[in-house]
Design a protein around this ligand. Structure first.
Ligand code: MSP
Length: 643
């Protein structure tokens, strides 16, 4: 019998940055749903990969003195290594530099052109020459300045191919309205409907201002717009246009899982492209929320992006997978904190699940010399527990249909509690005191072990290594994957008679204070090392001149609420006054700073710190934990350039 198919995709990741916890989040989520579907009898295709073309990558490579392909190759390896460490079970890893992908993208472009949906015109935008980037009017800062380097931009035109996207506006709206599962969660769906109703504009789908991309077939001055290139990965990975493609059976995708920031590309550009190509639309596009770290947006410049490799080394892969999925409802934003992580590990994993396994197997060892007991004398508590196990499978199935990972885990942990309670009520230690109760004692321990066997299946998608370890301790050798959901949820499947495996704790308890102190001192060492490393890296004069440093007079200063480190400053820069959030509250009282003229980096990209916009940086020397700002003599007027 042919198994039903299931196709799930992650976004393909840009290679101008190394993987962080946000990327790991999407990929782990897709891995969980893939493993769950395989477990319950599906033929799954799980796709991930990298997005390697475009101006951003070209520029990042240039800055590093590498070719774009060299940069891509090195970052791709980091992604692949991380996915291996995270136990990601993808069936394929696509790169947009793969020859077969490039061929498919050109075929897509050609077919859309043949269908009369692509035409040549002119693209008009605001161009920043130093950044070699076009900006739209809404992206510009005051005075038509570049949002990246703050220099003035010029209005420029270049030839460009356009996709007649507006043609599909009504058809797309109708599809979204008739298919409530097409965009999830519902709040995001409403957002997209409102956006489409404002009116779709035609889309510029080629560029002549840079080279790093897939050439437009027949007009090689143009490269194909990176989103047309990237979105096509979902079908190029299936060799969609090849006559004998066996992978085509997986289309349409069951889920494209994406972050909320790229939902529009997936729910407007992608479906209208597919409409133009005459290809079925994906069944569902799910937008998850974003992670902050200890309350702050993760970013390269703040240096707070958490490296998942480091996390895995410190805490183990399964606790990280568990935490990411348990802590925050999929679809909402969440905050990563070490305190919360350690709390989850200690309470849910070490206490609830770990103890359940230990106490149960400990008793099997003690009372039956490690022989797996049999189900002999039934009581209503056992029947109720088996019912609870079956219900848990049903609930998990229901929640995972909606990618409600946290609800699925809550349901599973209710079963963990029910099993712990079952042991408390049946009190095997009391039964063991009387030989008369031997059969009942066996039944109780069999039921507990069978419950743990069911748990091993339920947690397998989330924590595959742990599930296998538990099964080894229970001495279950049969494969986890089943032929159907009905088979998966069947109870009393544990075979009596054999010997249990070696009993070892699966999750040791963590000491919160010790770990947090440890992390702090590691961070400090890293900071010092980074500072030293930077000192030896030579830059040329032109590079230095890209940093604009100005004299600024501090005219107001106050503490940022709920922050020990931050001060909110108002700084006079001559022509303008800026708000700067500075991490110097441990070194200065606000009053000490007012009136000082300091050195300010004036062309730093604005960033939000604790919800407050910071438009520059005050330069300071770091002496251990203390800071001393660079003070300038009073005669230096605010706005004076420092070179
Ligand atoms: N290359 C495009 C996607 C093309 S798909 C055809 C892209 N790449 S990305 O590397 O910038 O982002 C990939 C995914 O990581 C996005 O879904 C994004 O939402 C997610 N995340 C990036 N930072 C994140 C957090 N801080 N938290 C959660 N997810 C985040 O966009």
């Amino acid at each position: 019998m042919n198994k039903p198919t299931f196709y799930v995709t992650t976004p393909i990741y840009y290679v101008n940055d190394v993987p962080h916890i946000g990327h790991a989040y999407t990929t782990v989520a897709c891995d969980i749903i893939s493993r769950y579907k395989r477990l319950s009898g599906y033929d799954v295709f799980f796709l991930t990969g990298t997005d390697e073309h475009g101006q951003k990558i070209e520029q990042a490579a240039q800055q590093k003195g590498m070719t774009p392909k060299e940069l891509a190759d090195s970052v791709v390896q980091r992604y692949k290594n991380l996915w291996e460490k995270l136990n990601i079970s993808n069936n394929h890893f696509i790169r947009t530099t793969d020859e077969s992908h490039k061929k498919t993208v050109q075929e897509v472009f050609k077919r859309m052109q043949e269908n009369g949906d692509i035409y040549l015109d002119e693209y008009e935008g605001w161009y920043c020459t130093p950044c070699e980037t076009y900006w739209t009017e809404t992206q510009l800062l005051d005075g038509n300045c570049c949002p990246s380097c703050r220099r003035e931009t010029t209005k420029l035109k270049e030839p460009s191919y356009f996709f007649n996207m507006s043609k599909y506006q009504e058809k797309l709206l109708k599809h979204i309205e008739e298919n409530p599962d097409f965009i999830k969660p519902a709040s995001r769906r409403n957002e997209i409907i409102a956006f489409i109703k404002e009116g779709l504009r035609n889309l510029s789908v080629s560029r002549v201002s840079f080279k790093w991309g897939i050439p437009v077939p027949g007009d090689e001055k143009h490269v194909i717009y990176v989103w047309i290139d990237a979105l096509t990965n979902y079908i190029s990975a299936l060799n969609y246009f090849e006559a004998n493609s066996e992978l085509k059976k997986y289309w349409p995708a069951d889920f494209h899982v994406v972050g909320k920031d790229i939902l529009r590309f997936h729910t407007v550009y992608w479906p209208t492209m597919l409409m133009s190509l005459g290809i079925d639309l994906p069944k569902s596009i799910f937008a998850h929320g974003w992670w902050t770290v200890e309350g702050q947006k993760m970013s390269k410049s703040l240096g707070n992006a958490i490296d998942p490799n480091w996390l895995i080394e410190k805490f183990g892969v399964d606790p990280i997978r568990y935490f990411l999925m348990r802590e925050v409802p999929f679809g909402l934003d969440g905050d990563f904190s070490f305190k919360a992580l350690i709390h989850r590990i200690n309470s849910d994993l070490a206490n609830d699940l770990g103890n359940l396994l230990n106490r149960t197997l400990g008793m099997v060892k003690r009372y039956f010399n490690g022989d797996i007991p049999a189900y002999k004398v039934e009581d209503t508590v056992d029947v109720e527990l088996f019912k609870k196990i079956e219900d848990t499978f049903d609930n998990v199935e229901l929640h995972l249909k909606d990618l409600a990972f946290n609800k699925a885990l809550i349901a599973i942990w209710e079963l963990v509690s029910a099993l712990n309670k079952y042991i408390d009520t049946t009190a095997p230690w009391a039964l063991a005191k009387d030989k008369e109760n031997r059969d009942r004692l066996e039944t109780v321990l069999y039921t507990s072990m069978d419950g743990i066997r069911a748990l091993s299946l339920l947690i397998y998608p989330f924590m595959p290594d742990t599930a296998i370890k538990i099964r080894e301790q229970l001495n279950i050798t049969e494969p986890v994957e089943k032929n159907s959901f009905e088979e998966l949820k069947r109870v009393k499947q544990l075979k009596a008679g054999g010997k249990i495996g070696e009993v070892t704790p699966i999750f040791p308890r963590l000491d919160e204070n010790e770990i947090i102190d440890n992390i702090k001192s590691e961070n400090k060492k890293d900071e010092d090392k980074n500072n030293n490393d930077k000192a030896v890296e030579l830059i040329d004069f032109a590079h230095f001149m890209t940093v604009q440093i100005k004299a600024g007079k501090i005219i107001e200063a106050e503490k940022v609420e709920k922050s020990e480190k931050l001060l909110k400053l108002k700084v006079d820069l001559g022509q303008e006054t800026r708000q700067i959030i500075a991490g110097i509250a441990k070194s200065y009282l606000p009053g000490d700073l007012v009136g000082k003229t300091v050195a300010v980096v004036a062309n730093l990209k604005p960033a939000k710190l604790m919800g407050l916009m910071s438009e520059g940086m005050v330069l300071a020397a770091a002496i251990g934990h203390k800071h001393r700002v660079l003070e300038l003599p009073d005669e230096v007027a605010p706005g004076t350039i420092i070179k």
